[in-house]
Design a protein around this ligand. Structure first.
Ligand SMILES: Cc1ncc(COP(=O)(O)O)c(C=O)c1O
Length: 390
């Protein structure tokens, strides 16, 4: 038995993932396979470091120690072949807060910001809530796989439109962009002087022998016009500790980002989040090396189950992340009724594809970062509900 097979009861921890469909939406035994949070314990070295820190009992304002930066630098080098300098790293309470600051720091009200839908919906909020304009460069879908449309992108870059939020690996399309794809995007970025915010929060979660390529590391030019967002929060399931990092080699971009975060009043971190971030990046390799085949095994289970028992639902097989789109258009259910059908009739809560963009209407996003038995139970519930519908 894998340690990831263990079912951990999250009752009483106010887990958003579990409470929202059960208490807020009122479906008491719903299985939550939606928000990007895994039902696994953090790695033992992370829990141990937190325990030691909690036992100290004093929780005043923290600084980030040199060992915090060393852990981040070591991880980026070991896992991604990316050489990062200490000064490039800026602490942030999360990638979403960072994206909001980035939008304010690098654009003016009314300016366009480009995204590649269907995409992680807080990208839209970061743009719109700050009075900027969303410009869509939709991914192309051939029925199996999503790809970037760079010809379309070229037409979207107008005068002040110099900011693109890249999602790499892509949530929810599940793509781990290849070096060739990123280099092609990089050529457009350099040609057109496009500033790229590369959200690489899912960078460690890649399958099938693939390799995540750090966009900023592709060339010295791109290093100067890219701001990269990273965090151990998805990889090690510590999102609730609100600690992430923005990495920028370009001192001017970094300064503008730091000035903007200062205007938000954020300049100190979370005492426990800092400890968890460091422990994960310093000691998390063996745990992650066990997690990845487990998650990939869940993808295989999901793919086989759908092919054999629910062929009307098609998996867009993810190359990375623990999230995947299910193409449900074959079920004959209206897109606006889809997630209610799964919640109310099957007792399974997925993310509605429409939140990621109209391109994913008729799709739901499944989170398979859970024990395999829970995934199977959810799939069996869905199968029963679909068959009962006739
Ligand atoms: C692409 C992407 N960016 C950012 C986040 C959230 O980041 P944070 O919790 O650090 O704000 C997520 C969470 O699912 C995500 O998928």
């Amino acid at each position: 038995m894998s340690p990831f097979d263990r079912i951990i009861d999250r009752t009483g921890t106010e887990s958003m993932k579990w409470v929202y469909p059960r208490r807020v939406l009122g479906v008491e035994d719903a299985l939550p396979l939606w928000v990007a949070d895994m039902d696994f314990e953090a790695p033992p070295p992370v829990v141990e470091a937190l325990r030691r820190r909690v036992e100290h009992g004093v929780f005043g304002y923290p600084l980030t120690p040199p060992s915090f930066y060393e852990a981040a630098i070591g991880w980026m080098k070991r896992r991604h072949g990316w050489t990062v300098e200490k000064d490039w790293i800026v602490l942030t309470p999360g990638i979403v807060p960072a994206l909001n600051s980035i939008v304010r720091a690098f654009t003016r009200p009314g300016d366009p910001v480009i995204v590649q839908p269907p995409v992680y919906h807080p990208f839209y909020y970061a743009i719109e809530n700050n009075g900027r304009r969303v410009v869509r460069n939709p991914l192309r879908f051939d029925g199996r796989r999503f790809e970037m449309d760079l010809d379309d992108l070229r037409t979207r870059i107008d005068a002040p439109g110099r900011l693109l939020i890249l999602c790499s690996p892509h949530n929810p399309a599940g793509r781990v962009w290849t070096r060739e794809e990123l280099e092609a995007l990089g050529r457009v970025a350099v040609e057109r002087d496009l500033l790229v915010v590369s959200d690489e929060i899912h960078h460690d979660l890649v399958y099938g022998g693939r390799r995540h390529r750090v966009f900023a590391a592709l060339s010295p030019e791109l290093a100067q016009q890219t701001v990269t967002c990273v965090a151990p929060s998805k990889t090690f399931n510590v999102a609730g500790l609100s600690t992430a990092a923005v990495v920028a080699a370009n001192a001017d971009l970094r300064k503008r980002f730091e000035d903007e975060t200062e205007r938000s009043g954020f300049d100190l971190g979370n005492a426990l989040g800092i400890v968890a971030f460091e422990a994960a990046y310093a000691h998390g390799d063996p745990w992650l090396d066990e997690l990845l085949p487990y998650l990939e095994g869940n993808v295989d289970v999901l793919e086989r189950f759908l092919a054999e028992r629910l062929p009307a639902v098609k998996l867009v097989r993810p190359e990375g992340t623990y999230l995947a789109l299910l193409d449900c258009r074959g079920l004959g259910i209206a897109p606006e009724a889809l997630s209610d059908f799964f919640l109310e009739r099957a007792g399974v809560y997925f993310s509605d594809g429409r939140v990621f963009g109209e391109e994913a209407a008729g799709f739901v996003r499944i989170n398979f970062g859970c024990p395999r038995s829970v995934l199977l139970e959810a799939l069996e519930r869905v199968e029963r509900a679909v068959k009962a519908r006739g």
